[in-house]
Design a protein around this ligand. Sequence first.
Ligand SMILES: Cc1cc2nc3c(=O)[nH]c(=O)nc-3n(C[C@H](O)[C@H](O)[C@H](O)COP(=O)(O)O)c2cc1C
Length: 315
Amino acid sequence: MPLPTLLRDRLRLPLVAAPMFLASSPKLLLAQCQAGIVGSMPALNARSSEQLDDWLGEIVESLAATPQAAPFAINQIMAPANLRQDRDLALLEKHQVPMVITSVGSPGEVVATVHGYGGLVFHDVVSVRHAEKAAAAGVDGIVAVCAGAGGHGGQLNPFAFVSEIRRFFEGTLLLSGALAHGKDILAAQLLGADLAYMGTRFLGTAECEIDAVYKQMLQASSADDIVYTDLFSGLRGNYLKASIARTGLNPERLPAPPKPGVGTGGHGDYKLWKDIWAAGQGVGAINGLPSVSELIDDLEQQYRATLRQAQVLAS
Ligand SMILES: Cc1cc2nc3c(=O)[nH]c(=O)nc-3n(C[C@H](O)[C@H](O)[C@H](O)COP(=O)(O)O)c2cc1C
């Protein structure tokens, strides 16, 4: 699939940096765009719609000053609990945000508004049924969130999920879930995706403004140190076991949530996202805390080296 015009010839690598609650910020987003990949941030990372308005103004101004930078995306959480949905959507329209990534809920209303000003909507899904609904709602892109993805990861295998979505969706397909290396970006393309989508890998960068202990834990963790549970948010997601152990809970024996779909929000004084930390199974790739620009240099080198290996195999 050709990329949408907005992205064609604008990216150094076929890569979108995923939005991460509390962890992404204008600083991280700008570093990602300036390094030549799509940078993103959840709208809710701004404490209020007023702050979002200011941040979007600053982002648009900074990117206008660096025309070689890649476009950016803002994530809208479509769950009813997000009481800022309408106000924030009006701000995305005001600032003509080029790409909007919707998650948890239906993208319908966002599609009409964003298409109205010429922007793109990508919707993030963990099931074939939700991918079908997103396609029917007219989204430009679908993010297949597979097993092992940080935060609210899915359970489907990427081989199966990408093939199924490709049967009915001809738009832009993004693949996510533990992608952390340049070869993973090429693998995503070989599977049939147009773009790779990476979250956890960016937690281990200098520009990511998370707690220093979180960064140490990421560097000390491997795929075995991730636990998948719906206890805290009511939706199944991947978290660092060590951050759960600090709360006094045994991460190997977590109870079910109090009611299906309703999480505890944390444990004792420890709050989800703030103290109980999300990460995907690709966490083992985090060794050191490079700048985003150094990380993208590495990913590009790895991508090109793997491409050369593939060409040798094909010859
Ligand atoms: C700390 C953290 C916070 C996240 N917060 C959000 C969020 O607010 N909205 C969202 O759509 N996805 C969120 N995600 C999921 C990512 O957007 C993306 O799907 C995931 O990181 C991809 O898998 P990977 O982490 O294995 O690369 C979060 C992921 C992490 C690790």
